[in-house]
Write a protein that binds this ligand. Structure first.
Ligand code: ADP
Length: 498
């Protein structure tokens, strides 16, 4: 087993990986930018190395520096986390070339899945259902395009082969829009990914996004760890994830699980990955893509399967067999994750920056909070605005929802705006409660937080927590000052009671 691993990341995922490494008796080395000198992941690490600069490009994306640091500090492996260099085949290759183990799949697997056209072809060959569509290796002439689109049937999505984060994607409702959409998607993709190749895909109406956690080792074993329902998205970004998915009965779950494992086998997949599917209203499912990394939402899988996915990643990367067989895996109870962002839902979800005056996450039975911030942390514009992941477990979906509502009500963040109230409104929506969700849920059911019924309990905690802060006082709290202007009961900006 490794003695030391370098975590090439920051924030909550660096903190989370460090915990598992330390539990395994492995030293956790981290890196930090100049903006992260006092970050929690640095405090938790056994060793920390400075990356000069502040922007991601100057720091966490500097593969050459990361490899240099890993080698000079004596780390045997690098865990990339998610984002940054986690799905960069060149970086994975460079780690190997430098004699370091990249904790993730092979560069070849990353490359194969990074191209949506080749990934789809590979999956089709392996018998995994894919969305009906059309692609070409060359350039498409207008008449071929029209003919193929006709065959697929409108509406159609034009997607970029190298796409990600919804970029280079265009919805085409009829033939008159086709040529222009093809051009535009191609141009956008060229600008964002230096790759102009786009393809056509049937647009599935109101689908669910259901993904399967897969895991492979270097001894020929490949398993899945069931599904995650990730349909609650805003602009293609997931914000609430849960497992099990209410739309899967045992036969369908088994069929999708088998397809996910077939996908893993088709690429000789090693380490942790995710096979994304869309599930239509009739119950048919289609392969979307494979994410070749540990996902943000992996904790809901951990809580229901009682497995540590990071520990399994480390073991597999070290050459050990997967610590579980398919038969040993089962789903227990229900888990849900809410992503807590420093953003302002009342102002187009713009990032909300500033110092966290108080950060008091809830704790209690069945509650897990993965975070990289503490009271005093400066939330900056340089990195992702996610403050924490609130994950809860309970025996049933009903109890899980009640627990999540309780936990959100007791989540105190002062100093920046957050989406906590917005999340509470989604969780209270009758359609969400009934499990009738799809990827357009938030477009079809706009959430207005203007009518927020502020929890008095959370307000009281917030007011109490901010006493002696020097900037916030509870009005009439008897401290001799009548500081109405900065009272948390009056303040309209810069803090949230829950
Ligand atoms: P990206 O890599 O840019 O995230 P994906 O292919 O994973 O692109 O798709 C992102 C999201 O777009 C999916 O979660 C789903 O909501 C939607 N989507 C993708 N393909 C289709 C499709 N054929 N029909 C309907 N929705 C789709």
């Amino acid at each position: 087993m490794f003695r030391k691993v370098l975590i090439a990341n920051r924030g909550e995922i660096a903190v989370r990986i460090a915990q598992t490494l330390q539990e395994m008796g492995i030293r956790a080395a981290v890196v930090y930018s100049d903006a992260d000198r006092t970050a929690l992941h640095v405090a938790r690490a056994d060793e920390a190395y400075r990356l000069v600069g502040v922007t991601a490009a100057e720091t966490y994306l500097r593969g050459d520096r990361l490899i240099e640091i890993a080698r000079s500090c004596g780390a045997e492996a690098i865990h990339p986390g998610y984002g940054f260099l986690s799905e960069n085949a060149e970086f994975a290759q460079a780690c190997g070339d430098a004699g370091l183990v990249f904790i993730g799949p092979t560069p070849a697997a990353i490359r194969a899945m990074g191209d949506k056209i080749s990934a789809k072809r590979l999956m089709q060959k392996a018998g995994v259902p894919v969305v009906p569509g059309w692609s070409t290796d060359g350039d498409a002439d207008a008449s071929t395009l029209r003919r193929e689109a006709q065959r697929i049937g409108y509406p159609i999505l034009v997607k970029a082969a190298a796409g990600g984060g919804g970029k280079g994607m265009r919805l085409v409702r009829g033939e008159s829009e086709l040529a222009a959409a093809f051009e535009a998607a191609s141009r956008e993709s060229k600008a964002a990914f230096s790759d102009h190749r786009v393809f056509l895909e049937k647009y599935i109406d109101r689908p669910r996004h259901v993904e399967f956690q897969i895991f492979g080792d270097h001894h020929g074993r490949a398993v899945h760890l069931f599904e995650r329902e990730c349909s609650i998205q805003r602009r293609y970004q997931k914000i609430i994830e849960e497992t099990p998915c209410v739309a899967l009965f045992p036969e369908r779950r088994a069929a999708m699980g088998e397809a996910a494992v077939a996908a893993a086998r088709a690429i000789g997949y090693t380490n942790a990955g995710t096979v994304e599917f869309i599930l239509d209203e009739s119950g048919a499912f289609y392969f979307l893509e494979v994410n070749t990394r540990l996902q943000v939402e992996h904790p809901v899988t951990e809580l229901t399967t009682h497995r540590d996915l990071v520990a399994a990643q480390v073991r597999v990367a070290a050459g050990e067999p997967l610590p579980f067989t398919q038969d040993a895996l089962s789903q227990d109870g229900h888990a849900m994750e809410c992503r807590i962002y420093a953003e302002d839902p009342e102002n187009q979800f713009l990032p909300s920056i500033g110092t966290l005056r108080r950060f008091l996450p809830p704790a209690g039975p069945g509650i897990r909070v993965d975070t990289g911030v503490t009271t005093g942390t400066q939330v900056s514009v340089h990195y992702d605005a996610m403050l924490a992941k609130l994950i809860v477990w309970a025996g049933s979906r009903h109890e899980c929802l009640a627990r999540m509502r309780w936990a959100l009500r007791h989540f105190v963040v002062l100093g920046v705006r957050t989406n906590i109230e917005y999340l509470q409104h989604i969780l209270a929506h009758p359609e969400f409660v009934a499990g009738r969700i799809h990827t357009h849920f938030l477009d079809e059911h706009p959430i207005s937080i203007a009518s927020a019924d502020v929890s008095r309990e959370a307000l009281a905690v917030a007011a109490w927590a901010s006493r002696g802060d020097g900037g916030l006082h509870l009005a009439g709290s008897g401290d001799g000052e009548s500081d109405e202007a900065v009272s948390p009961w009056r303040s309209t900006r810069g803090w949230r009671a829950y």
